[in-house]
Design a protein around this ligand. Structure first.
Ligand code: ARG
Ligand code: ZN
Length: 873
């Protein structure tokens, strides 16, 4: 059944305090909950109290100590109703028995490698006890845990440890109390035999906070980077947003079986261990980066998510979009802002744009859902962050900060909405944000089209801007959005060109604010035709279409003061060449040479840094080319054209690239700082381009780097380069990697990823063999996603094979894994979102695979929801 935002109503009862008693045993865990319940002022006598449950069975029930008679309540797996509760404050006591060992969905209380742990967001708490499992019910929690000392010497929950001791019979106990009222989705508990590292942080106002990261024994040294990231996050939030931590303890626990990245439970963050563990021999620069980012993200949730939470799950991007924006800013401040922006936009285009342009499109704030777990999407997270970024662009740094300060001041301790969030910015800045709000309500990626005209006689320059958002499922008609378009005009000598006057739209310094469907902006006092640099820093999440010639683009690539647009200009030239070639036109030699030359100049520049160069020396990926074509996609053709183009553009640079490769060698010990990371990124980029463009000796270079590497970044880069290009040594290198590192699950994931991404015949058979191996951990989300998730999202030619084998492999997998872990199944199935854009034969094959999945029946709500939306297109 569908839940609608318009039906939101406060609950007639509130739970204000929760006392939980967990008696953890090897097989079962008994949970006694004492809920202090209060009727709301306007609650009518006789209004039933309806609590959520999921796969629960009620053991006992009492109110204020007196057991209830059978006719006073109804309980089943999915809920508990007390028909006529007292119309005053009372304590409801219930008892249930859980079997964490059999909880393969990994929601609620489950076991991961022997450790008991929880995941409650969004609706997992109802799998632990009957409750008002909705984010607008804030309560203080006290948790008592008793467990066998040998199996679980470590007992953790939210807040402060207030008591612990021996419980006899080889048992011990701990009592934790969290003074901050919170919704149940932020509840957490961990019990296990864990190692740890500890540290401390003193806040600006002098509170000493004890920090600890818990992990399986022996992994302690792999937690140091995460701890370092945590301390830097805490300091940054004080500096940049004036936000201090508020408890005396902050704990992080790394677990091996986890459905997503990490979870911001109050004072007790629980992490997928792939986002905690790092050492140079087994983790890449990308892993270090991901750890820093997610540690920061979860920590920042303490203010944007926990102290101020969501009224209902429709408001999810209130906390997620804002917190992603905050973690992006953290990385930008700690590392390179330009490089961070470019990588974020690459991600946005490769993940969010396809979602927004396909069958699963939805607004950042949806107004209906059948399964809320399916809305933890890149639209809610990444587009949500883009919206906050646009707000910051429109208001300026000071205006944005004023709004944030008011948000914290006014809504601390509340569960609130997008409307309340926008209202503080409007009020603090004395502006109206009604139209801006449309960004939250409307799905689809807007197209921004810009035409230009220079009038030499009048010395005027005119930009004609037009915006249009295509229809998306359920939203045929779209309203114009507020588009902040950062820009500059560049004169023939490469310096900024000033104007004496401007009219036609709201223009301030370097910003055009487009509010209507179209506008004409005219600049006066323009002595010669300028080259416009539009949408600098990707100031709005749109698809920009301009009339820029290749010459203009190469000019921008050389002269634009905005690094994002310099990068974008080279990408645009590459895209134009790819589109021409795919349409059947012969490759234009002049255009190719010009791009090669521009790439060469970029590489040679001494004002650009290595990390930027690594991003600039690339061509748009196959999937982006496909989506730019937009219909009747033939992935094989795109693959072939792109290979040809890579060779044509980069082979002439082979000597220069080899020179750079050699010059960037280093024998310094591994360090994850920006300069070292940038050096490795450019060097490995050189390697992959040399290999992909089939330069003489390149495959041997990859083999040598693979064998001689002193860190995982370099080793994996060599392996991927060889595997993606299918060099003669690739198979041997892969086998070697498997033997050498296969015992470390997180490194095994890398092998699975490289294997699944290889664009070659036979990859499906190889994956089937991997899955059929009895030693393959078939319930671990990281393993499954590394293999099948990578294949569905990152291997366009083999997933979308013309014979349909790739589609069937994925739907068969989804059907199997759905019985074990519906969230993994539903997530992998979203790989099909590109199917309506494929050419007709492949479209037919995809449709047939999806229909066959539907006909098998008995799918989880998660998977059925995705499948239904996928087939409705
Ligand atoms: N709140 C967590 C985070 O963003 C993620 C929780 C994911 N939950 C889910 N059902 N997908 O850090
Ligand atoms: Zn989050």
């Amino acid at each position: 059944h569908t839940v609608y935002l318009k039906d939101y109503a406060p609950s007639p009862y509130r739970i204000v305090a929760v006392d939980l008693d967990f008696r953890i045993g090897a097989e079962t865990t008994r949970v006694t909950a004492q809920l202090t319940v209060e009727p709301r002022e306007d609650t009518e006598p006789g209004t039933p109290l309806v609590l959520d449950g999921d796969e629960l069975s009620l053991g006992s029930i009492a109110i204020d100590g007196a057991p209830l008679i059978l006719s006073a309540y109804a309980a089943d797996a999915n809920g508990l109703t007390v028909f006529e509760p007292p119309l005053r404050r009372f304590v409801l006591e219930t008892e249930v028995t859980l079997r964490p060992e059999g909880n393969t969905r990994l929601m609620g209380l489950y076991r991961s490698s022997g450790t008991w742990c929880t995941q409650c967001e969004p609706e997992g708490f109802r799998r632990i006890t009957y409750y008002l499992d909705r984010p607008d019910n804030l309560a203080v929690f006290k948790v008592r845990m008793t467990a066998p000392l040998d199996l679980a010497p470590v007992l953790l929950a939210n807040g402060n440890l207030i008591d612990k001791g021996d419980a006899g019979d080889g048992q011990h106990y701990a009592v934790w109390e969290d003074p901050f009222p919170k919704p149940a989705y932020l509840f957490a508990l961990v019990a296990g035999d864990l190692g740890s590292i500890t540290d401390s942080f003193t806040t600006a106002s002098g509170r000493k906070v004890d920090l600890a990261i818990y992990c399986s024994h022996g992994k302690e040294n792999q937690c140091l980077w995460a701890m370092d990231s945590l301390k830097r996050s805490m300091a940054w939030d004080e500096r940049r947003f004036g936000r201090e931590y508020d408890l005396d303890i902050f704990n992080i626990v790394a677990v091996s079986d986890f459905n997503f990245g990490a979870m911001e439970n109050k004072g007790l963050n629980i992490f997928n261990d792939r986002l905690v563990f790092a050492e140079p021999e087994t983790a890449t620069d990308a892993n270090y980066d991901g750890i820093e980012r997610v540690i920061a993200h979860e920590y920042f949730h303490n203010w944007t998510g926990n102290r101020i939470t969501c009224r209902d799950w429709f408001q999810l991007c209130l906390k997620e979009g804002l917190t992603v924006y905050r973690d992006q800013e953290f990385t930008s401040d700690e590392r390179s802002r330009a490089v961070k922006r470019i990588s974020d936009v690459v991600t946005l285009r490769s993940a969010q744009f396809p979602e927004d342009g396909g069958p699963l499109a939805h607004p950042p704030r949806p107004d209906q859902y059948r399964e809320i777990n399916n809305f933890y999407t890149t639209t809610v997270y990444e587009k949500g962050a883009e919206i906050v970024r646009m707000l910051a662009t429109l208001l300026g740094e000071a205006g944005f900060r004023k709004g944030m300060d008011l948000y914290f001041e006014r809504h601390d301790g509340e569960a609130t909405t997008i409307e309340a969030f926008l209202a503080v910015f409007a009020e603090a800045n004395g502006i109206d944000l009604e139209q801006f709000k449309t960004w939250y309500l409307q799905a689809g990626t807007p197209r921004l089209t810009v035409a230009e005209q220079y009038d030499a006689d009048k010395q005027t320059y005119t930009l004609r801007l037009r915006q249009e958002t295509p229809p998306t499922p359920g939203q045929p008609d779209k309203a114009p959005l507020v588009l902040p378009i950062k820009f500059g005009l560049i004169g023939p000598n490469g310096s900024p060109m000033a104007w004496s006057g401007v009219s036609g739209a709201e223009v301030r310094d370097d910003l055009i604010v487009l509010k209507d469907a179209s506008a004409e902006v005219t600049f006066t006092g323009i002595p010669s035709r300028p080259v416009p640099s539009l949408l600098r820093g990707f100031s709005a999440p749109v698809i920009l279409q301009t009339e820029a010639s290749q010459q203009d683009q190469l000019f921008l690539a050389r002269h634009d003061s905005d690094p994002f647009n310099r990068w974008q200009a080279l990408q645009d030239v590459g895209m134009a060449l790819a589109l021409d070639a795919i349409s059947g036109a012969p490759l234009n030699d002049g255009a190719l040479t010009a791009l090669s030359q521009a790439m060469s100049d970029t590489l040679a520049s001494d004002s650009l840094d290595n990390a930027f160069k690594a991003l600039a020396l690339s061509l748009p990926d196959e999937q982006l080319i496909g989506r730019t074509i937009g219909k009747d996609i033939d992935p094989d053709k795109i693959h072939a054209v792109r290979e040809r183009l890579l060779q044509a553009v980069f082979e002439p640079l082979a000597d220069q690239m080899l020179g750079t490769y050699n010059a960037l060698a280093s024998s310094a010990p591994y360090a994850p700082d920006p300069a070292s990371t940038g050096r490795r990124a450019l060097r490995n980029r050189m390697l992959s381009l040399l290999v992909a463009s089939d330069a003489a000796g390149a495959s041997l270079l990859a083999l040598k780097q693979y064998e001689g590497a002193s860190n995982m970044t370099d080793r994996l880069a060599a392996l991927s380069a060889a595997s993606n290009a299918g060099t003669p040594d690739a198979a041997g290198m892969l086998a070697n990697f498997r033997t050498r590192f296969g015992a470390d699950p997180l490194v095994l994931d890398k092998w699975l990823t490289v294997t699944a991404a290889a664009p070659r015949e036979g990859v499906i058979e190889d994956m089937k063999a991997i899955l059929a191996d009895p030693s393959f951990p078939k319930t671990n989300p990281n393993r499954l996603r590394s293999l099948v998730g990578t294949f569905a999202m990152g291997n366009p030619t083999q997933f979308a094979r013309a014979d349909g084998a790739g589609f069937r492999f994925v739907t068969d997998f989804v059907s199997d894994v759905d019985k074990v872990n519906p969230q993994v199944a539903a997530r992998v199935l979203t790989g099909f979102r590109i199917w309506p854009m494929l050419e007709s034969g492949r479209r037919e094959a995809a449709n047939a695979a999806l229909l066959a999945l539907r006909d098998k029946g008995s799918l989880s709500r998660n998977t059925a929801d995705i499948l239904t939306r996928m087939l409705a297109s």
